[in-house]
Design a protein around this ligand. Structure first.
Ligand SMILES: NC(=O)c1ccc[n+]([C@@H]2O[C@H](COP(=O)([O-])OP(=O)(O)OC[C@H]3O[C@@H](n4cnc5c(N)ncnc54)[C@H](OP(=O)(O)O)[C@@H]3O)[C@@H](O)[C@H]2O)c1
Length: 267
């Protein structure tokens, strides 16, 4: 089985949630980690835990929604470790508002910058390094990248965009040895729900989810890394996601109802 032992991983959104769990799982394998986010104190805490597990780790403060930051993290990773084997594009921001409720339409631009442009800019800069290492790209999408979800218009659009971008890139990379894996979690227990942008463009502050019912970030990270190891094209991390993908082809209205109910119930 492929391990990420001594491989160089650039991981965005490493300060909390799924990214933090990815960092700690990679640390157990003694990967060399470049941990990206805006919250430096939280990143340092993750880096210290990673080092305790035997990894080398550097903290890269960056806002992936800014082009210069999103490209510089690649240069800084290569400056620190000399190569790049695994690019995990995980940083993300959610929303929670019906379109008609939104008072601040700048939400859409913010989501596009963080969830779509950031991954595009970083991947563009990383490509020569990944080709040199025959590396792996992992993009953290969502079931909202495959189907519509109420209260998530802008978010679902950015995740759909990831599929267009990375499915196209995968075709371009055929024969290069570089793999592209799209990971589509269902709801996961993390900070994202309380941080989701509400109708006024500000974070909700409290999670509207029934958190006890959600997949843990650790489990999500383990499934994402397993997919990266096998160089899978795409993985859907819940049974309803996997079944729903096929049912949607002949009964899309049923999937709309399931999505509406999932948001209403908070799981
Ligand atoms: N949790 C779910 O239910 C779920 C479901 C499907 C898909 N996902 C996807 O999983 C990924 C990780 O989310 P999560 O659930 O782990 O959420 P989270 O706990 O809120 O973590 C989000 C991470 O993204 C980073 N981030 C956000 N904006 C950033 C920016 N502008 N620049 C740099 N880093 C930024 C945050 O770091 P800083 O605050 O330090 O900047 C944080 O480390 C996201 O792409 C999300 O869309 C989550």
């Amino acid at each position: 089985m492929t391990t990420f032992s001594h491989r160089v991983a650039l991981l965005t959104g490493a300060s909390s949630g799924i990214g933090r769990s990815l960092a700690l799982a990679l640390a157990v394998e003694q990967a060399r980690l470049a941990l990206v986010g805006r919250d430096v104190a939280a990143l340092e805490a993750v880096a210290n835990l990673a080092r305790e597990r035997g990894a080398r780790a550097v903290v890269l403060a960056a806002d992936v929604g800014i082009e210069g930051d999103a490209t510089a993290i690649v240069d800084r990773t290569v400056a620190a470790f000399g190569r790049l084997d695994l690019l995990i594009l995980n940083a993300g921001q959610d929303m929670w508002a019906r379109l008609e409720e939104i008072a601040d339409p700048s939400i859409f631009e913010q989501l596009v910058r963080i969830n779509y442009l950031g991954p595009a800019w970083t991947t563009w800069r990383a490509l020569p390094h990944l080709k040199a290492s025959r590396g792996r790209i992992v993009a953290m999408s969502s079931l909202a990248g495959l189907t519509g979800v109420p209260t998530r218009t802008g978010y679902a659009a950015t995740k759909h965009a990831l599929h267009g971008f990375f499915d196209s890139l995968r075709v371009e990379l055929a024969g290069s040895g570089v793999s592209v894996t799209l990971v589509c979690p269902d709801f996961v227990l993390s900070e994202i729900h309380r941080r989701a942008l509400g109708p006024d463009g500000r974070p909700l502050g409290a999670s509207p989810m029934r958190e006890a019912k959600l997949m843990t970030a650790e489990r999500c990270a383990a499934l994402a890394l397993a997919a990266a190891r096998k160089r899978r094209r795409m993985v859907l991390l819940s049974a309803r996601g996997r079944v729903g993908r096929w049912v949607r082809m002949f009964a899309p209205g049923l999937i709309d109802r399931i999505a509406r109910r999932a948001v209403a119930r908070g799981h």
